[in-house]
Design a protein around this ligand. Structure first.
Ligand code: NAP
Length: 257
């Protein structure tokens, strides 16, 4: 029998960028990447929040770099990738995570609401992913993990633009996987259900909504931030080397119900 070589989850020597890494899911994944040995750069719009996040991680023994980048601004993204080329030197892992939501009934959505959600969640993911892909093609290696949602697959009231943006992320994940596979670059999406973060906290405080979410979830609870880290590390590491174009649901069984 051929000798089995065991995969590693270690990320030492890898350079990772997490967009929207100043709080919530992005910050948790950034901590996880650093814990598993990667050199990490977090981005977001708010400088104070980034500094605070980096200081918090530093107290836990993880030194992460940060940079202000608004993913709705192409000039910000281009200048950020110049910084990556000149200072950070390479990008092996992209966690394409920055996102937002505006919950409104279909008939009340303003054009500007639609544009803000789509520009952040879908166009931002495209623009950042495109720049990362150029570099990963050149170096013939890389991992792109786009942060989708169960709402990329299922419907729910008040989620017109958000669900459309996440459905779009699922599709571009598959297209990029096909295009980048020849270059040893894998592209997958992580699709969480409800996880308690600054984005969802106000929504989850509504008792009726909270109860309906719990009832809808096989595991009868919402997800913890730590529970997104393991899947993100798996998709970032050599352990997932033959997995591409997949949407990995981190949803306590929601989408199988
Ligand atoms: N929490 C959940 O239950 C859940 C479930 C499924 C999917 N998701 C997805 O997971 C991702 C993170 O969500 P979260 O709950 O952690 O949200 P969050 O706590 O609100 O964090 C969002 C992050 O994105 C950044 N961001 C927002 N707009 C940006 C922009 N235009 N440019 C750059 N950065 C921007 C924010 O920083 P600044 O505000 O400083 O820019 C922040 O760091 C999102 O894509 C979300 O759709 C979340």
């Amino acid at each position: 029998m051929k000798e089995i070589s065991f995969p590693t989850f270690q990320l030492s020597g890898k350079k990772a960028v997490v967009t929207g890494g100043s709080k919530g899911i992005g910050l948790a994944i950034a901590a996880g990447l650093a814990h598993f040995g990667a050199e990490v750069m977090i981005t977001g719009r708010n400088e104070e929040a980034l500094k605070e996040a980096a200081e918090g991680l530093s107290k836990q023994g993880y030194n992460v770099k940060w940079k202000v980048v608004d993913v709705t601004k192409k000039e910000d993204i281009l200048s950020f990738f110049n910084h990556i080329d000149n200072e950070f030197k390479s990008i092996d892992i992209l966690i394409n995570n920055a996102g937002m939501n505006i919950r409104k009934p279909l008939v009340e959505i303003e054009e500007d609401d639609w544009d803000r959600v789509m520009d952040t969640n879908l166009k931002g993911v495209f623009l950042v992913g495109q720049q990362a892909a150029k570099r990963m093609i050149a170096q013939q290696r890389g991992r792109i993990i786009n942060i989708s949602s169960i709402l990329g697959k299922t419907g729910a009231s008040l989620q017109t633009s958000y669900a459309a943006s996440k459905g779009g992320i699922n599709q571009l994940t598959k297209v990029w996987a096909a295009e980048l596979a020849p270059y040893n670059v894998t592209v997958n999406a992580l699709a969480p259900a409800y996880i308690k973060t600054p984005m969802t906290e106000p929504f989850l405080q509504d008792n009726d909504k909270y109860t309906s979410i719990i009832n809808r979830t096989m595991m009868k609870r919402i997800g913890e931030l730590d529970e997104v880290i393991g899947p993100a590390i798996f998709l970032s590491s050599d352990a997932s080397s033959y997995i591409t174009g997949q949407i990995l649901y981190v949803d306590g069984g929601w989408t199988s119900n």
